[in-house]
Design a protein around this ligand. Structure first.
Ligand code: BG6
Length: 484
């Protein structure tokens, strides 16, 4: 039986999704935070939506042995807090006991050392697809820690699995509004003709978080904001915004277009890294009016830690569509507000015939795509202020997801887990895409590693990041959009 479905039809006609075929989901590292906070709530949501087969089963594997019941209680706790904590969920949404029982009864736990899992699966003959049955492996980030390790990991798993069996996951691609970037661009006729260097002045991508390093120091100290967020999440947003129209929504057509964007990013030499990339680390400050410690005072963080919790950069894409259009990217922890936004700023009207009006500067046209938390889009433009003289003011047209659609809280993983089950890899990374992302950031990692004089800018927790990042834009007369 062919388990693939036509994504275009499924998405466009809004017919109810089909139940996924029977399968066993093996989670390696099941004792981790991710499983509890995101993956299990996603499975629970799929169970609630009746998208899981009666024959669905989970095998949870972790290094630390835990009795099955204690493990189930631990996961149930995660789902309860997901149900009540999700920003967009009504606080009263009840925990669906039946859906949880469905999932819990399909969960087995074994303890195992984490290692060359894929190789061992292969050696055990568990990845052979025969008699029409699929064998797929989902691999979450981090996929490598630099270009060399990502290449090595790809080579290692590709010795055992074929590319279509590998689902390299980036949970940002499961977010509704991230998928909506493609719909906005390619299902509407008005944007694409303007989506190029003739009409766009610059693009800003901001992924700001209020959370800090907190209890993740062991992971974060060795990782930093650049590795943690940029080659994966931020570059997914960049590729979706900058890619050319794919021939279809088939996985490879879309992934090829995305890959071409990253391949075209202008490679940074040392001088360009120094000039176009800013790294920062948060000092003490206030988040939601509550005092929070500096990164260096978080548990298990070295008092002289040089790990960046913020990174901003200016990139160029060397192709016909984008030549000369700067892309400004920034991401940071302990920023003033949690927001993920992509802003496309269009060029000014070519002739300022309103020179003698009481405004000095016309409001720039900005199309802002709000990815989270208040999903939607807005368009900013100039309008005449009512009155006898010509006076211009900036106005904004807003589309808010929650006003139009009755959205249920999701983690982003629901779509991805379901798509893996039905064999649709469009929202997963191909080997070349992962490597292209690392290729762009590798010169930055190298310079930071080799040149200890590159400044680490300390910014106040609860601020919009270091001032040095403002200079990236000021020097060409531009500015970051406020994180509001
Ligand atoms: C993870 C990073 O991949 O993404 C975290 O490791 C980050 O550091 C998280 O907080 C952000 O994801 P979301 O869905 O909360 O925006």
């Amino acid at each position: 039986m062919d388990s693939r479905v036509d994504r275009t039809n499924r998405r466009q006609t809004q017919t109810p999704a089909h139940q996924a075929p029977p399968c066993t989901l093996v989670i390696f590292g099941a004792g981790g935070d991710l499983t509890k906070r995101l993956l299990m709530p996603a499975i629970y949501n799929l169970a609630k939506a009746k998208l899981l087969s009666e024959k669905f089963a989970i095998i949870a594997v972790d290094r630390t042995p835990k009795p099955v019941d204690a493990f189930r209680d631990y996961l149930a706790e995660g789902i309860r807090s997901f149900v009540s904590d999700t920003a967009s969920a009504p606080a009263t949404e009840p925990f669906d006991k039946q859906a949880w029982e469905f999932v819990a009864s399909r969960l087995a736990v074994a303890s195992q050392l984490f290692g060359t899992i894929v190789e061992q699966l292969g050696a055990a003959g568990l990845v052979q697809e025969k008699d029409g049955r699929f064998r797929r492996v989902i691999i979450e980030k981090p996929f490598g820690t630099d270009l060399a390790s990502a290449r090595a990991l790809n080579a290692q798993i590709l010795r055992v699995l074929s590319e279509p069996q590998i689902y390299r996951m980036d949970h940002f691609l499961g977010k509704e509004t991230v998928q909506n970037i493609m719909v906005l661009r390619f299902a509407n006729g008005i944007f694409e003709p303007m989506w190029n260097r003739d009409h766009i002045d610059h693009v800003q991508i901001s992924v700001a978080e209020t959370v800090g390093v907190e209890r993740r120091a062991r992971f974060y100290e060795a990782t930093g904001a650049l590795r943690d967020m940029v080659p994966n999440h931020v570059f997914q947003l960049l590729s979706l915004i900058a890619m050319g129209p794919p021939n279809s929504f088939a996985a490879d057509a879309v992934r090829t277009e995305k890959h071409k964007v990253l391949e075209a990013v202008h490679p940074l030499d040392d001088a360009e890294v120094r000039r176009n990339v800013v790294r920062g680390q948060y000092g003490p400050g206030l988040i939601n009016k509550n005092p929070v410690p500096a990164c260096r005072e978080e548990p298990d963080v070295a008092r002289d830690s040089n790990t960046e919790t913020y990174v901003a950069m200016q990139l160029a894409i060397d192709n016909w569509r984008w030549a000369g259009v700067p892309f400004y990217l920034r991401t940071g922890k302990r920023m003033t507000r949690r927001t993920t936004e992509i802003a496309i700023q269009f060029k000014q009207a070519p002739f300022a015939m309103f020179r003698n009006t009481p405004v000095d500067i016309l409001t720039p046209n900005v199309l802002a795509l709000q990815i989270q938390p208040d999903e939607g889009a807005s368009l900013q433009f100039s309008a005449k202020v009512p009155g006898p003289e010509i006076s211009l003011g900036g106005v904004r047209m807003n589309f808010s997801y929650k006003d139009y659609f009755n959205t249920e809280p999701t983690t982003g993983y629901e779509t991805l887990v379901y798509d893996c089950m039905i064999g649709d890899a469009m929202l997963f990374n191909r080997a070349d895409g992962v490597e292209a992302g690392w290729e762009v950031v590798q010169p930055i990692l190298d310079l930071w590693q080799n040149d200890k004089t590159v400044p680490l800018e300390i910014y106040t927790a609860g601020s919009a990041g270091p001032e040095a990042a403002d200079n990236l834009l000021w020097r060409s007369g531009r500015q970051w959009r406020p994180l509001t």
